[in-house]
Design a protein around this ligand. Structure first.
Ligand code: FE
Length: 203
């Protein structure tokens, strides 16, 4: 089996936010789909290790903001590459509005938002699939939505391969971080995006 075949699937990118009653939190996902039109429903699959997962599991409410081609890498670092368990991801970040269901829509680097209420959930192992009824939706900008392929080609930092050193480089496929050394340890975790060895390629 070639698991790289799954990288050929086209995905959108979204900031998924929820509110635990005291704090707003959000993470980046590529797993939102519209799945029905009447009633209007979407699904999101959320990794169980994300704090946002636990909040949605408890409250059943979320807003997904559709990331656009105007997004910068800072947006991904803020919402994707740190944990809401230890930081307030909305600290010093004024670009949001509060949707009717009290969760936050991100208004910069995004082109629309969708607020929804969970009606069903399915345990899928690493992720939980939440099926949710759309309660509110709004277009924020005419900038096209960013695909995951667009993120890799245009948003994540360009590789600055250090050829001169003659040393082997392992590059993180998620964020572009480069590790210098012949062997990448099995338990290596990317210091920027926290993905493991499986997401590194030798260059
Ligand atoms: Fe990384």
């Amino acid at each position: 089996m070639d698991a790289n075949a799954l990288f050929k699937i086209s995905y959108g990118l979204f900031v998924l936010s929820a509110n635990d009653g005291k704090k707003d939190n959000a993470c980046i996902i590529n797993t939102l789909q519209q799945v029905s039109s009447d009633p209007l429903m979407v699904t999101v699959a959320v990794n169980k290790s994300n704090y946002t997962h636990d909040i949605i599991d408890k409250t059943g409410l979320f807003t997904a903001s559709v990331i656009s081609e105007a997004a910068n890498f800072e947006l991904f670092k803020r919402f994707g590459f740190q944990s809401g368990k230890s930081v307030d991801k909305f600290e010093n970040f004024p670009h949001y509005l509060r949707a009717v269901n009290k969760t936050l829509a991100v208004t910069e680097g995004t082109c629309a938002y969708i607020s929804a209420e969970v009606v069903k959930k399915l345990d899928l192992g690493s992720h939980t699939l939440f099926a949710a009824k759309v309660e509110e939706a709004k277009i924020l900008s005419d900038t096209p939505p960013a695909t995951y392929a667009y993120y890799h080609a245009n948003i994540k930092p360009k590789a600055e391969t250090k050829k001169e050193t003659g040393k082997t480089i392992w590059r993180c496929k998620i964020c572009g971080y480069e590790y210098e050394g012949e062997d990448l340890p099995d338990d290596f975790v990317c210091p920027i995006c926290k993905h493991g060895k499986i997401d590194f390629e030798k260059v």
